[in-house]
Design a protein around this ligand. Structure first.
Ligand code: FAD
Length: 283
């Protein structure tokens, strides 16, 4: 893919901040990132509606700031058809045209009450039934396999079900093994899955946090990256510089492979994503 084309398909993900002060900070971060003309900003949504109020406030803040398109995430586990219908109506009234549809992971307090939806595929089908083609629907993809899936093949079959149910494109879980993404794309082609599959990019800025995320979501941190990060210890500047170098190389390989875009998990910070984009000459 030519880099000019890719520039149009950069997107940035935020999580809903805890306080209004942090929301103000996030809006400053969004302003900085917006100067790179992203396709959209997405905002995560805690499973079981655990962040609903904060997610809605964050989305409202971004809409009021009139930056780029805003794409709310919706996670369905623990929710009901009525609640999801209300959310969809609310987003429509705000002029939203894109959603990231997910299952979510049930928060421990909710026990086994999964609500009306067990898998993201059911949410995608419900959104299509409720709103036809109003929303562009993004779903999650797992080049290194979802941690609960019994095999790669089974996981891929379930991914295809989300596409058949009406997903328009996908964003991957983050990964540092570019071969996993390449293989995933090849396997998708074999199954006639033809939607754009955009790699999710996790900047490296904090080893402890990254290791915790990776343990939970099954994204492998290659040994050589772990070893470097262990060496840097508390030297955050060294970690950040190393992270920018590693992520720049990863993105270069992805662009060469023909990735249809790049979705940055910003963790509500602008610096690392902007540095990587600058290195890629996409600014
Ligand atoms: P699914 O597609 O439902 O898959 C989950 C598991 O169920 C997989 O193992 C799959 O193989 C299996 N499965 C699917 N269909 C079936 C079936 N019919 N029968 C049996 N098994 C099946 N979480 C949040 O809570 N909020 C967010 O905002 C959020 N944003 C995310 C954004 C991205 C880009 C990504 C990659 C993840 C995000 N997550 C978020 C995390 C996500 O909710 C978890 O990874 C969750 O464990 C799976 O969600 P899913 O939508 O991929 O689920």
């Amino acid at each position: 893919m030519h880099s000019n084309q890719l520039t149009k398909n950069i997107s940035f993900e935020f999580f809903p901040p805890q306080t209004t002060e942090h929301l103000d900070k996030l809006l400053e971060t969004a302003q900085k990132l917006n100067s790179r003309s992203p396709a959209f900003f997405s905002v995560t949504y805690g499973a079981g509606g655990s962040t609903q109020e904060r997610s809605l406030n964050t989305i409202q803040g971004l809409l009021t700031a009139k930056l780029t398109e805003v794409a709310p995430h919706i996670s369905c586990i623990g929710s009901t058809k009525e609640k999801i219908s209300e959310l969809l109506a609310h987003y429509k009234s705000q002029g939203i045209r894109r959603l990231v549809a997910l299952r979510g992971d049930l928060p421990s307090g909710l026990g086994t009450n999964t609500g009306h939806f067990r898998h993201a595929q059911e949410l995608v089908a419900f959104i299509r039934e409720n709103s036809q083609d109003h929303f562009h629907i993004e779903v999650a993809a797992y080049p290194e396999c979802h941690p609960e899936a019994s095999s790669m093949q089974v996981d891929l079959k379930h991914f295809k079900e989300k596409v058949t149910a009406g997903a328009d494109s996908a964003i991957t879980q983050y990964f540092y093994n570019v071969e996993a993404y390449e293989q995933f794309l090849n396997n998708c082609l074999k199954l006639n899955i033809n939607i754009p599959i955009i790699p999710g990019i996790m900047p490296i800025t904090n080893y402890t946090q990254l290791a915790r995320f990776s343990d939970n979501c099954g994204a492998e941190i290659p040994r050589w990256i772990r070893k470097h990060l262990e060496d840097y210890g508390d030297n955050l500047d060294a970690i950040k510089d190393f992270g920018i170098e590693v992520i720049t190389k990863l993105c270069e390989k992805l662009v060469t492979l023909g990735a249809p875009g790049l979705h940055f998990y910003t963790l509500n910070k602008a610096d690392s994503s902007l540095a990587v984009l600058a290195n890629l000459n996409l600014i």
